[in-house]
Ligand binder design. Structure first.
Ligand SMILES: NC(=O)c1ccc[n+]([C@@H]2O[C@H](COP(=O)([O-])OP(=O)(O)OC[C@H]3O[C@@H](n4cnc5c(N)ncnc54)[C@H](OP(=O)(O)O)[C@@H]3O)[C@@H](O)[C@H]2O)c1
Length: 326
């Protein structure tokens, strides 16, 4: 019996299938190369976590809170910026004694300065290994015409000016450690699906991060951007967005309301927006990307984690409420 036939044939068959489906083969090859590249980059990790300090903003809830807990578990020295005393107390109760909290409002330069002093005392000569600009707000979101100037600045001050102010003030400590900055942007920094300051602010975060990466290369500082899609957290709370839309609508002059039609707001179809939440499993990947930013020798510059919301830009008809799309 010729054993070679039974061993060689399946291989030959597989090669034939690959050759006859060239497009599929290219996609598979690309996926494999991406996975290998990611594996190599992520496995090349920095050591001595226990001596490395990471400062995270917006740790009261959501991604920042999860990341603080995760990095604490991995042994990093986490300093968590919280907006509220309650957020800080709850986080301390859930983490090790290594984790320190401080109160920080990223729209207040003096508050940032106090945070820098606190962190300086903690890190000493080692400097700051990681800064994660995570704090953010979403509302007001809605049709541009419904907004006042302060509706834009409320969001821009937290999501963009706050990120710039925090980064500038922490740069000297980051330079000391040849550290890294991880900025949480959004898919909405690439696709302006909504009106208001949110997309503008996240687009600004992308631009700021890209220029910062180039400028800080000279000092060995790495800069990454994370672009989440639509995860169920505080900033994507539909109740919050809906209540704020109602506030905007109520403040409109009658002639503007008339131009939209009396039932415009009621016809928005919020129940559909529920469908946009990414699968909760993906939030595990998101956390993985954030952790990667802190511990990889060579962090990937941009992580994109959106699927459902991203597809909206190409769907016809979209499942988003009209105020997201028109
Ligand atoms: N969830 C998503 O699908 C998604 C998608 C794209 C991007 N993002 C971004 O991810 C980041 C984290 O958001 P999240 O989804 O985790 O929502 P979240 O739970 O609401 O987290 C945002 C955090 O920032 C805090 N914060 C708000 N204003 C602040 C200020 N002026 N100073 C300091 N902290 C402030 C919030 O505190 P309070 O809760 O006390 O207000 C909250 O703890 C944000 O930058 C957000 O834009 C999220």
């Amino acid at each position: 019996m010729d054993l070679r036939v039974s061993v060689v044939d399946p291989v030959k068959g597989f090669v034939e299938v690959l050759l006859s489906h060239l497009a599929l083969t290219c996609v598979l090859l690309l996926a494999c190369l991406t996975a290998v590249r990611w594996y190599i980059r992520d496995s090349h990790r920095v050591g001595g976590f226990t001596q490395k300090h990471v400062f995270i903003t917006g740790c009261d809830s959501g991604f920042g809170n999860l990341l603080a807990r995760q990095l604490d578990l991995k042994g990093f020295r986490v300093i968590a910026g919280c907006l509220t005393e309650k957020g800080a107390t709850d986080l301390r109760a859930a983490t090790s004694s290594r984790l320190k909290t401080l109160l920080l409002n990223v729209t207040d330069s003096m508050s940032i300065r106090s945070a820098v002093e606190f962190v300086r005392r903690e890190v000493g000569e080692r400097g700051l290994w990681g800064l994660v600009n995570n704090a953010g707000r979403s509302v007001p979101i809605g049709p541009t015409e419904w907004m006042q100037l302060e509706d834009f600045t409320k969001v821009l001050n937290v999501n963009l000016i706050g990120v710039i102010d925090v980064t500038l003030q922490f740069l000297p400590l980051l330079k000391k450690a040849k550290g890294r900055v991880v900025n949480v942007a959004s898919i909405l920094g690439r696709l302006s699906l909504i009106g208001g300051g949110y997309s503008l602010s996240k687009w600004g975060v992308e631009a700021f991060s890209d220029s910062l990466r180039r400028n800080m290369h000279h000092f060995g500082i790495k800069v990454s951007i994370i672009e989440p899609g639509f995860f169920k957290t505080g900033v994507t709370s539909l109740d919050l967005i809906e209540a704020d839309l109602k506030r905007l609508w109520a403040g409109l002059p009658n002639d503007v309301k008339d131009s939209y039609g009396a039932t415009y707001l009621d016809d928005c179809g919020y129940e559909n927006a529920e469908l946009l939440y990414e699968h909760p499993m993906l939030s595990g990947y998101l956390q993985g990307y954030l952790v990667h930013g802190a511990r990889s020798h060579c962090p990937v510059p941009t992580h994109t984690l959106w699927s459902r919301l991203g597809r909206q830009a190409f769907l016809d008809p979209p499942i988003l409420p009209p105020f997201f799309c028109v």
